[in-house]
Design a protein around this ligand. Sequence first.
Ligand code: HPA
Length: 273
Amino acid sequence: MSPTLAHDVAISAATLQRLLGPAPAIAVLLGSGWGPFAEQVQGGSDVPYAELPAFPGLAVGGHQGLVRAGSVGAKRVAVLAGRKHAYETGNADGMLGAIRSLSAWGVKLLLQTNAAGSMDAHMRPGELMLITDHLNVVQRSPLIGEPGDKRFQDMSAAYDPALRAQAKAAAAAMGTALYEGIYAWVLGPQFETPAEIRMLRAFGAQAVGMSTVPETIAARHAGLKVLALSMMTNMAAGMESEVLSHAHTLATAHSASDRAVATLAAVVQALEI
Ligand code: HPA
């Protein structure tokens, strides 16, 4: 890690500790459609990313990004609202400093959420999928330039099998169908062509999206466990006749968010970590 980033991470972790107290075991990174989960976090206080030098600046859409720590039921959690995407800069390290800061603060699990396109005809818009593994189709890494042997990060079982089983049980207990599958990361920001979707399906992926994989790599390298939930906001390109748009993605995400947020709250409370 560069001396500048190491310094920013140390300051960010100390600021989180000073303003939010001891780290919760779980940090939830909220993706498109999952924002309302932040309102489930009770008795919390917030720290804007702008006060955390290792966290990204998020200029777009008036979202400045914040970390909130509080309780969901009896479980203390931190929530990160705001993600820097690789399609904004071409770099995969937009969340690297933030994730290292969480680890330095004392967080043990990064629970990621995202919106994705479904490549499984049975998995309809609004359905939720627990990510079992990923395809780094983009072949970029937040660890480029990292010195030392630790950069050769093992990525088998990147999505923690024991925690996945607990998440499945929690969803089943509330009667929510939770699909399981492989998430293919594409750079974006354009949506895929039907030919690209046929390729990704042939590669064995069930969902496609523009996030999550760089953060999973960074988190595993920082010693965090990872769990990830995708909300299907559309059938992927060419699967059906619909034309894809960001507005459509957000509209589906909005209508599916109540169930998604309730499932996430149940999962967070059930995890034994
Ligand atoms: N493709 C890529 N990213 C996405 C999609 C999609 O179809 N839906 C939501 N995020």
